[in-house]
Design a protein around this ligand. Structure first.
Ligand SMILES: Cc1ncc(COP(=O)(O)O)c(C=O)c1O
Length: 401
């Protein structure tokens, strides 16, 4: 009885949405037709909410590498990286990721979530160290701090001055200080001033951890992320990323020039106590990495699509959360309007993500469009037509600023 009382509020929301046939959180992709099309409720729908930024999920080299890996190494590893779950292909991907990033060490985890959880909890010690995290950081960064059991201080989003003030107040008895930020933030598509954060963190003897889950492959001259675009790849202390976005697979990694990062293989529970990524996950991610390293035109196509969609949505009068970025979010003051907007888009054959408080910054509700290099001109026309229909169906969508 007592165990389930906490679900009353969630149940009211969940059942209310489901009963009305309006639950955006239980969508089923019945059949994937391409990186940007799926069948939803029996209808071909344009996917504009998948974080498939470089469209690699249907890339022939990624598919063939996954198939060949299953044939060569089997369907699963049946063990953790720490025991029997490290194959030559896991190590080869770590080496190539480190080389791609220009960093000395890289450790692959089973997901990006576990990479952050494991690295943050493995680096920090309760009673000795402190974490300082951007207020808009992803749940896995919060969870990593919680798993570490350290004091965790939030500073204002994307505000190095706020970090500076918080760091100045840290007791001299604290041993290690770890500052955590992201490259591109996935809710609004806004970018961190990584260079300024490096300066502030190092001025106070703190280490900087940058989660580039959404910016890897997308920002910087070589696609290394916002840290590269800001010219500070050599100055950040820890870099984390995921295979689940631009690398079109499942898995994650942490990279660094600090050789001590390698000890996480012994100290991070989310590395040791879970099965390692499957051969197919590893080999598809590796093939995607090779493709995007060799062919910058994929990234260029993404940015062409970004600029086109951002300009079209701005033209339609929506309140957009940020400057052009691979995430283009339309803000709503009221969750009800965002729900209506989300349904209007789906009815018009466009799938996007919906996010409502408490998962969103500043208590805003939003519809999040993630752009892909694989979006064709026809996909983009359909997305713009969907947003035009949505703006007419939900007038509040244009007035949310
Ligand atoms: C900023 C950020 N970090 C980490 C992750 C976790 O990545 P994964 O999907 O590989 O667990 C996500 C996933 O959405 C994310 O948005």
């Amino acid at each position: 009885m007592g165990l389930f009382e906490k679900f009353e509020k969630t149940a009211a929301l969940y059942n209310g949405l489901s009963d009305a046939g309006r639950n955006p959180f239980t969508v089923i992709m019945e059949e994937m037709l391409s990186p940007t099309r799926a069948s939803i409720k029996g209808r071909e729908t344009v996917l504009a909410g998948t974080h498939n930024y470089l469209g690699m999920t249907f890339d022939s080299s990624a598919i063939e590498a996954g198939q060949a890996a299953i044939a060569a190494h089997g369907t699963g590893t049946t063990g953790s990286r720490f025991a029997n779950g490290t194959y030559g292909i896991h190590r080869a991907l770590e080496d190539d990721l480190a080389a791609f990033l220009g960093l000395d060490h890289c450790i692959v985890f089973s997901t990006g979530y576990q990479a952050n959880l494991g690295a943050i909890a493995g680096l920090l010690k309760a009673g000795e160290d402190i974490a300082l995290i951007d207020a808009d950081c992803h749940a896995c960064i919060y969870d990593g701090c919680q798993l570490a059991g350290v004091e965790t201080v939030r500073f204002r989003h994307n505000d190095p001055e706020s970090l500076d003030k918080r760091l100045a107040r840290v007791s001299p008895d604290v041993k290690g200080k770890l500052v955590c930020i992201e490259g591109m933030y996935s809710m609004f598509g806004d970018i961190a001033p990584v260079k300024e954060f490096v300066e502030v963190a190092h001025k106070h003897g703190a280490y900087l951890f940058v989660d580039e889950a959404h910016s890897f492959g997308v920002y910087g001259e070589n696609g290394r992320g916002v840290s590269e675009a800001d010219g500070v790849m050599d100055e950040i202390d820890f870099y984390s990323g995921t295979f689940s976005k631009s690398l079109a697979s499942v898995g994650g990694f942490v990279a660094s020039n600090h050789r001590e990062v390698d000890y996480l293989r012994f100290s991070a529970s989310p590395y040791k106590f879970t099965a390692s990524p499957t051969p197919a996950n590893i080999s598809s991610a590796h093939a995607a990495l090779k493709r995007i390293s060799a062919d910058p035109s994929i990234r260029e196509r993404l940015w062409e699509n970004v600029n086109r969609l951002h300009a079209a949505l701005r033209q339609l009068g929506f309140h957009l959360a940020a400057e052009p970025a691979p995430v283009v979010s339309v803000l709503f003051k009221h969750a009800d309007d965002a729900f209506s907007g989300w349904h209007a888009l789906l009815e018009n054959g466009v799938y996007v993500n919906m996010a409502i408080p408490p998962a969103t910054p500043n208590s805003m509700s939003l519809l999040r469009l993630s752009v892909s290099a694989a979006h064709t001109p026809d996909d983009i026309d359909r997305i713009v037509a969907g947003y035009t229909a949505m703006a007419n169906a939900v007038p509040a969508a244009r007035a949310a600023g």
